[in-house]
Design a protein around this ligand. Structure first.
Ligand code: C5P
Length: 404
């Protein structure tokens, strides 16, 4: 079973030349961290193999009603009950007719008949133009629509049978968007890739000690979750934190600044980079393999420091893979806006989020934040509120940036 999922789809693949498109759909859904369990009908198995579906979905593929009951599983009940949504892609004229009539003569039709009312069913028909236009098919579709079944009507175009007309299966991208919209609501960042860094970095001094900071990772995690909820495909690169990792995104745990840089490099290309992490500015020049012992004369050791790579400056000035929107953070304790502006210019990011992390604000490591978003031409203040609210306000600005 696939872990770190945010929703579960039961995908029914029925017969037709377009069945191969189900393979691309599984990949798109999996990239959105949606669990996909497949039922392959007898007709569907003439066009795609169970092994292809199984490999891409990383799940058992179901096809036979009777072998399941022999295993004493009431699978036709549980398969639909465990899904947030059922998608039939492609739906053949035959399956539509059997659904309309309430047949239960194979696993797919039986599961559909056993589906509780609250689970949405989305149907994407694909067939020859004459079959689609036939009154029998049209009557079946009308009946199913009246019962609340959702339709992704076929498109008009050239067909595999060399005819032209309506009946072509909607693309995997279109049905993926429809599914995400139904499951998660408005998805203005669908199709965008985002990289978020969060938390502190720890720079080892010896096997038991490190240089670190009080960052909790809360603000970065909240931003990553918000971007995910708006439809972005998120990679979260996180330093060591004690809060639970968000779900529905790729998580890359790292410890040091150098590891964070390597992970960022591996995550490119992306459209949006939000560098929330409190990256340690320095590391010790020479890591001691053994625990540094106290000296007899009680003199503390002298640690020689060396600068860490500046990940924000690196990504903002990347010669080939610079994200369209790069956002940095400026955690300051004095002359906040002045320092933040200087950082925006020096690092060459698009926006910088300035915040006051003086201990009396209880912002660093805390639940709340108060920030000012600065760009080269504009500034906006977000009043003190939860880090989740600040993430929401920032994400709305990101959506605006990408809206035509
Ligand atoms: O230079 P300063 O640490 O104040 O800049 C803060 C911003 O730069 C944050 O967005 C932080 O994630 C990023 N940064 C970085 N690499 C560093 C230091 C900071 O990406 N070595």
């Amino acid at each position: 079973m696939v872990s770190n999922t945010r929703a579960s789809i039961l995908l029914i693949v029925s017969g037709g030349i377009a069945a191969y498109k189900a393979l691309s759909l599984i990949r798109l859904l999996r990239a959105n961290h949606i669990r996909v369990r497949c039922i392959l009908t007898k007709g569907g198995a003439e066009f795609v193999t169970p092994l292809s579906l199984q490999t891409l979905s990383e799940e058992t593929v179901y096809s036979d009603l009777f072998s399941l009951t022999q295993n004493h599983e009431i699978e036709h009940i549980s398969l639909s009950r465990q899904a947030d949504m059922i998608v039939i892609y492609p739906a053949s004229a035959n399956l539509l007719a059997r659904m309309a009539q309430g047949f239960a003569d194979d696993l797919a039709s039986t599961v559909l008949l056993a589906t509780p009312d609250h689970i949405r069913i989305l149907v994407a028909p694909a067939m020859n133009v004459k079959m689609w236009e036939h009154p029998a098919t049209q009557t079946n579709c009308e009946l199913l629509k009246k019962r609340g079944i959702l339709f992704a009507d076929p498109e008009t175009g050239a067909m595999a049978c060399h005819e032209y007309g309506k009946g072509r299966l909607v693309s995997p991208e279109t049905i993926n968007q429809m599914i995400c919209q139904k499951l998660f609501g408005h998805q203005p960042l669908n199709g965008k890739k985002a990289l978020v860094t969060a938390g502190p970095t720890y720079e080892p001094i010896d096997p038991v000690r490190f240089l670190g900071n009080f960052s909790s990772g809360r603000q970065g995690y909240a931003i990553a979750e918000c971007l995910r909820d708006y439809g972005a495909e998120v990679t979260l690169i996180t330093g060591p934190t004690t809060i639970p990792h968000p779900t529905g995104m790729k998580i890359v745990p790292v410890t040091t600044a150098q590891e964070m840089l390597n992970a960022c490099e591996a995550a490119l290309p992306v459209d949006i980079a939000v560098m929330t992490a409190a990256v340690a500015d320095w590391r010790v020049k020479t890591f001691s393999d053994q625990k540094i012992k106290k000296q007899n004369n009680h003199q503390p050791p002298t640690l020689e420091l060396t600068p860490n790579p500046d990940i924000l400056a690196w990504i903002s000035q990347h010669p080939t893979l610079r994200p369209e929107l790069v956002i940095g953070f400026a955690a300051e304790t004095q002359n906040i806006l002045e320092h933040a502006k200087a950082k925006l210019e020096r690092k060459k990011c698009d926006w910088i989020i300035a915040n006051n992390v003086s201990p009396n604000t209880k912002i660093m490591g805390g639940e709340e934040n108060e920030v000012t978003l600065l760009s080269s031409s504009d500034s906006q203040h977000f009043h003190r509120s939860s880090k989740k609210d600040i993430a929401g306000l920032l994400t709305q600005q990101i959506v605006k940036f990408f809206s035509p």
